[in-house]
Design a protein around this ligand. Structure first.
Ligand SMILES: C[S@@+](CC[C@H](N)C(=O)[O-])C[C@H]1O[C@@H](n2cnc3c(N)ncnc32)[C@H](O)[C@@H]1O
Ligand code: SF4
Length: 369
């Protein structure tokens, strides 16, 4: 399968934890940026994508006419059949009824709304500019607009967040009956305000929070299908699954990643240099590599093990990483069932322990010890 991603890098403000290519105060560049997305499409090979994901940044920062323009441009660039799945990310402070109507009219099948936490004391402390009530209002408006599925982005391990606060957030969100939830543990990224402030990840509390969430989400009928993703039956994100099974995708926009012809590449992340490059007929890259040998084989496990129900390893992977696999199994972090490789519950909590065996420099010390 082939997917199409379009990155919209505009945000009203920068959240204190966020290291994505997301810029505030740059809305004046939006029209030029949308034209650049269409122009960039012509710099990639012709593809017939089945899924579309408009992510960010905050795509709902675009005005309603700009959202219409974005979809018209994507349609012109990819005139094949309608996307089977079309996702659009939005935040409570910038979604409104007019934009939701445009999204429904453009065939958006999934709206992903960023909430992070429903704790009104915590939201401003992580740099968010909306309340839980704002979120609920926009969630219900999206339902009225007829968008078929809604996903909610949540975070745990935020500084000052308690188990009680997370429990209340989950109850609040589950009462709205969303089709999908993404739940991310805070990662303190360099170059963020949290890093400058010396915020630390608390793995013990983080684990308790994740356990609590697993229990609550399962009880609500949401299947845990990827480390950070939960869905009602039949409502998994086809676009994202395609990443984990190493399907092809084209990514348009600053910082957007692509994978086709066996090559992984990422676009220039800075907004203005990206636009200027495309306007000059170039696709400037921040990186490009064609994984081969052990790198490519390790990547198969790195991505496949994110799928909770596992993946079928190639003969090559079984052979090249036999000692690593044996070590993960003996430590109770992974198991094999019906020919599929998967992490155990313990392995899911300690995912990074498992994953680093499959990426360069393929540290084997621990295995051989
Ligand atoms: C890049 S944002 C784009 C969507 C939208 N702008 C929003 O704020 O929800 C996608 C999601 O990534 C997650 N995220 C961003 N930075 C993170 C970090 N440092 N650690 C964990 N999750 C993070 C948040 O849950 C966020 O909703
Ligand atoms: S989390 Fe979302 S809203 Fe906040 S800065 Fe990042 S992309 Fe923008």
């Amino acid at each position: 399968m082939t997917g199409l991603y379009a990155h919209i890098p505009f945000c009203s403000v920068k959240c204190f934890y966020c290291d994505f290519a997301a810029y505030s105060g740059q809305g004046k560049l939006a029209d030029r940026y949308l034209a650049a997305l269409e122009a960039e499409a012509a710099l990639h090979p012709a593809i017939a994508p089945e899924t579309l994901y408009v992510g960010g940044g905050t795509p709902s920062e675009l005005t309603a006419p700009q959202i219409k323009d974005l979809f018209a441009r994507l349609r012109r660039a990819y005139p094949g059949p309608r996307f089977k799945e079309s996702t659009f990310e939005g935040n409570p402070e910038s979604l409104d009824e007019e934009k939701l109507a445009v999204l429904a009219g453009a065939g958006v099948t999934r709206l992903s709304i960023g909430l992070q936490t429903a704790d009104d004391a915590l939201l401003p402390a992580v740099g968010r500019h909306h309340t839980a009530a704002d979120f609920k209002e926009k969630f219900l408006a999206a339902r009225r607009a007829g968008i078929p599925a809604i996903s909610v982005d949540l975070m745990y391990g935020l500084p000052g967040q308690t188990l009680e606060s997370l429990r209340a957030t989950l109850d609040f969100v589950l009462a709205l009956d969303p089709e999908h939830i993404s739940l991310y543990g805070l990662q303190v990224e360099d170059r963020t305000l949290f890093a400058k402030r010396g915020v630390r990840e608390d793995s013990d509390l983080g684990r308790e929070m994740f356990e609590l969430a697993l229990e609550r989400l399962a009880a609500a009928g949401l299947e845990h299908y990827e480390i950070s993703n939960f869905a009602k039956p039949g409502r998994r994100s086809a676009h994202n699954i395609n990443y984990w099974v190493r399907g092809d995708y084209v990514g348009l926009g600053c910082s957007a990643a692509s994978y086709y012809d066996g090559t992984r590449s990422s676009n220039e992340a800075r907004l203005k240099p990206y636009v200027e490059g495309v306007e000059a007929g170039r696709r400037d890259l921040s990186e490009s590599e064609k994984p081969a040998g052990r790198d490519a084989t390790g990547e198969e496990a790195l991505l496949g093990l994110r799928l909770v129900e596992g993946f079928e390893p190639s003969a090559n992977l079984r052979m090249a990483f036999a000692p690593e696999w044996a070590s993960l199994k003996s430590r109770g972090l992974a198991r094999e069932k019906n020919g599929l490789w998967m992490l155990t519950r313990e392995g899911i909590f300690l995912g990074n322990e498992a994953f680093r065996l499959f990426v360069p420099p393929f540290d084997r010390e621990e295995i051989l010890a």
